[in-house]
Design a protein around this ligand. Structure first.
Ligand SMILES: *Cc1c(COP(=O)(O)O)cnc(C)c1O
Length: 481
């Protein structure tokens, strides 16, 4: 039976529009003939309700931070306050064209400028670029800055980057992509950089060290001042991967610890949504010596007017069109202003408190290879829970309890790793429910291992071949056309 919603039968498209009351102009009139396609695209011809139901059904298959705890270690899946979205959607910000004359974009440019100053304040560093679109993009920007710095000094023999084995996985990739070779520095039994191993590698071929702070075990390098002093003494620079700034937000500043480059993940620390939720932003803060090399254009303020400074000088060039992912740093800017100094301090404090609360409870059931006060996250191992049970089984069973699993099999220095980061936005009740679920799973592993082997039992899909799922996604509309 036809319904009034069956628009496609009426005009051949999914939508319905009133009769034109102006002369019709076909888009094809405006496009050069040789650029017009000859055959119709093969896309489904559907009515509005079919399209709405399709996307609503898809959205229900997903699990997001608005559904519940998302303790994905290293990813800082904190709740994203909705006021951030309201600000990012203000028409004055959302509708402005990026190519508009800067004179007409004074409000937006002032946000870029003020945000840079806020991030300088938070890090204690000299200047910031907001261009990088993600953490790893910030890393490669930082690596280019180091490269250009040493070129300018005529020290082109500095071709090595030293990287602890507890660093984030993107670090070695970024260093290598920028043309450096990577030397791994091992960690000691305490999970900290082995200072002897570090000093054994430091010489005039080293451009710098790349430290994940805190490291991927959730442990802060206690010897950070010694490390940066050692690197500086041999003429190298210190890159800090600050994606996990949540661990010391408002408590300590990388600039005071000797960082020369520090990248943020605004989509982690400053609550902008990420993963499936949207694009990222990975601003890079630098010490005085690296300011001349920052990407152009720079947003500057002169006698009350903001303008774009394209003067290239020694700059590495542009890392992103326009100023970066403007909408993302608008959300982060809103978050910072909403919380203020004290709020940011509390966010950092509670992130650490929540992680330690869970660590202390869960280490009674699961092994904790590096047993010490943690920062924003900690790493358990699924080893030893029961014969024939892997960390993957435990993670999949958590889905049946309504929780997103933590990061697993990373960092590599812990076998069968379960990397848990609760963030500060979770209540004690939620943390208790999560701990209870993991404790129950540990008993199930003993009593009924197949329950874990076959998990998840409640999810629409069970165990995917993740590599193939990412490489060969099935994107066809299920109804055919
Ligand atoms: C998330 C993360 C990155 C990478 O950030 P992206 O935005 O995913 O590129 C780098 N380092 C650490 C420590 C991280 O947690």
């Amino acid at each position: 039976m036809r319904t009034i919603f069956d628009y496609r039968k009426r005009n051949g498209t999914g939508g319905i529009l009133p009769e034109l009351d102006v002369p019709a102009k076909k888009t094809t009139d405006l496009i050069p003939q040789d650029l017009i396609r000859q055959d119709k695209p093969r896309i489904p011809n559907l009515s509005e309700p079919e399209v709405v139901r399709h996307y609503t059904a898809l959205s229900k298959l997903n699990y997001g931070v608005d559904d519940g705890l998302y303790p994905l270690g290293s990813c800082t899946m904190k709740y994203n306050p909705k006021v951030n979205e309201d600000v990012a959607h203000l028409p004055g910000f959302a509708s402005i064209h990026p190519a508009v004359d800067p004179e007409l974009a004074q409000g937006s440019l002032s946000v870029v400028h003020k945000m840079s100053r806020l991030l300088c304040g938070i890090t204690g560093m000299a200047d910031v670029t907001l261009q990088p679109a993600a953490g790893a993009h910030g890393e490669i920007t930082g690596m280019f800055l180091l490269k250009r710095y040493f070129e300018a000094r005529g020290e082109t023999q500095r071709t090595r980057i030293l990287l602890p084995d507890s660093a984030h996985g993107t670090n070695p990739a970024s260093a290598a992509t920028a043309g450096f070779s990577v030397t791994e520095i091992r960690s000691g039994a305490d999970g900290l950089v082995d200072l002897n191993a570090l000093s054994g590698e430091l010489d005039e071929t080293v451009a710098g060290v790349m430290l994940t702070v805190p490291n991927t075990l959730g442990i802060f390098e206690e010897n950070i001042m010694k490390i940066t002093a050692m690197v500086h003494a041999t003429g190298g620079l210190c890159y800090f991967d600050g994606a996990n700034l949540n661990a010391f937000l408002g408590h300590a500043r990388p600039g005071d610890m000797g960082a020369d480059v520090f990248h943020f993940n605004l989509h982690k620390t400053m609550s902008a949504p990420h993963g499936g939720g949207g694009p990222g932003s990975g601003p890079v803060a630098v010490s005085e010596a690296l300011v001349p090399f920052l990407p152009v254009p720079r947003v500057r303020l002169d006698r009350g007017r903001y303008y774009l400074d394209w003067e290239k000088g020694q700059s590495i060039g542009s890392m992103h069109s326009f100023y970066g992912n403007f909408g993302v740093f608008l959300k982060a800017y809103t978050y910072i202003l909403t919380l203020g100094d004290e709020g940011l301090y509390e966010a950092g404090e509670n992130a650490v408190l929540n992680a330690n609360y869970l660590q202390e409870r869960l280490k009674k059931t699961y092994r904790l290879p590096y047993d010490r006060l943690c920062k924003h996250e900690f790493v358990l191992t699924g080893k030893g829970i029961a014969d024939g049970i892997s960390t993957l089984d435990i993670a999949k069973r958590l889905i049946d309890y309504g929780f997103h699993p933590p990061t697993i099999y990373f960092p590599l220095i812990v076998h069968e790793a379960l990397m848990i980061e609760p963030t500060e936005t979770e209540s004690r009740e939620t943390l208790d429910r999560f701990a209870e679920a993991l404790e129950k799973i540990a008993s199930e592993a003993q009593e009924n291992p197949d329950l874990l082997h076959n998990a998840p039992h409640t999810a629409p899909v069970r165990r995917l071949d993740q590599t193939r799922a990412a490489r060969n996604p099935i994107l066809t509309y299920p109804f055919g056309d």
